[in-house]
Design a binder for this molecule. Sequence first.
Ligand code: GLU
Ligand code: ZN
Length: 327
Amino acid sequence: MHFLTGSDDDSPPARGRARLAPSPTGAQHVGNARTFLVAWLDARCSGSELLLRIEDLDTPRTKPWASDQILEDLAWLGLDWDRQVPHASQRADRYTEVLEILKQTNRVYPCTCTRSEIDQAASAPHEGTLDGAVYPGTCQTRRADDARQLDQQGVKYAWRFRMPPGVQSWRDGLHGVRSLEPSRDLGDFVVARNYGPAAYQLAVVVDDHDQGITRVVRGDDLIYSTFRQLALYAALEWMPPDYLHVPLVVGTDGKRLAKRHGDTRLSYLREQAIAPERLIGYLAWSLGWIERGRVITPRELVEFLAMRPGWRSELPREPWVFRMQDL
Ligand code: GLU
Ligand code: ZN
């Protein structure tokens, strides 16, 4: 398999449809705000329609209060959207329908391995792997039909997607061409469980496809997931969107922003009466656009970036180190 998606030059994306897809697993922090800002600017600068979709599949990590707080956070930041689409949790039947197609085409098989069995069988669990342990292929010889017997026995299993062999390439709007051999480097991955909801990888592809999304801007912790999602698009013979992955915000220890780096929750900054224009100014400075300490609104940034049409491919490619005192 070899396919390349994404435009082959640095021209700005055409008018299309984009989305913000936050997960209500907790409070949104400065790092989320930075990614939202870039996604919002990408859409607003190209005149695209922007949808808001709450990705609340990750139970039990999903928090009941977090969805409303996300809406407040975005409004406070000055980031609007054109239309809200149903939460992922409301679309379970549609995910089941698409899973059925994958079963019929033998793209998925029932996997009964436990997490610890996979870690033990993988040659070097979590070490030297790109994105978690590579599934060792234990259940690969099963066919979708074998699930019936497992159901009769009352066995729990996951539906795992068979990664096709070969090199896969695509072009990221910031990082350029990305290639690897997904069946070797990432392995087969879970798309659903026979108990519980569809997994993120399947849900996001079904939603982006059904909602006509042409452009995805999100954090680069998902850059390897893009290979998985593109494999699903190919299996379903659907047209994938273009992707741009924004580097994450990290603490001074180089680790992903977390509680130990201080309280960077947007709700907390709001309580501290920090002006949103100050935070937007800080983020714009972190993106290399304006000098430190300036206040600015997202709308003003749209005007500013209109004069820099190549801004997308000039975004910083390294993680941004957050220091509270810079804010
Ligand atoms: N819900 C994911 C997150 O909040 C984003 C998924 C996506 O943009 O595809 O990290
Ligand atoms: Zn297995």
